[in-house]
Design a protein around this ligand. Structure first.
Ligand SMILES: [Zn+2]
Length: 155
């Protein structure tokens, strides 16, 4: 698809959108390496100069299956592969039942990034792979939601 460059900011989900999943968790090799999904590198590189954010639920941290450092390392690995194009990110590490304001579909992570970087959310886009992401975009007042398989043209 044609690259849309008129958005004020790009908010990306992580697992299933930028990174491959394995049994609903981000696929991670024994050495801790993640796998970028097809098209991610080619579509992110040209976004340099536009705010690019990642927002992800990683309750595995609260559940003790994943360390905070490993979760942050996921973002570092993407950034290393895409020329440091990711401006900032937020990870909700809370338990699913904690009732925190940041776990998607709650819009807390979006609001926090928008405040920090002065983003007009009505002009922004959120790209995700689940109804949870779509609902988060609606609750946050993000103007456009796109499915990851459409944005990155993978299936
Ligand atoms: Zn949270």
């Amino acid at each position: 698809m044609t690259m849309e460059t008129h958005y004020s900011a790009y908010f990306f989900d992580l697992g299933g959108t930028l990174l491959a999943l394995e049994q609903d968790e981000i696929a991670c090799s024994k050495t801790g390496k993640v796998t970028l999904l097809p098209g991610v590198r080619d579509h992110l590189l040209p976004l340099c100069g536009t705010p690019v954010f990642v927002i992800t639920n990683q309750a595995a941290v609260a559940l003790g299956h994943l360390s905070e450092a490993t979760a942050r390392g996921f973002i570092d690995q993407i950034n290393a592969a895409v020329g440091q194009v990711i401006t900032d990110y937020r990870i909700c590490m809370h338990h699913p039942l904690a009732g925190c304001p940041c776990r998607k579909p709650q819009p807390g992570m979006v609001f926090d990034l928008a405040r920090t970087h002065t983003i007009n959310l009505a002009q922004a886009v959120l790209i995700g792979d689940t109804a949870n992401d779509e609902q988060c975009a609606q609750l946050a007042g993000i103007g456009t939601f796109l499915w990851a398989h459409d944005f990155f043209s993978f299936c």
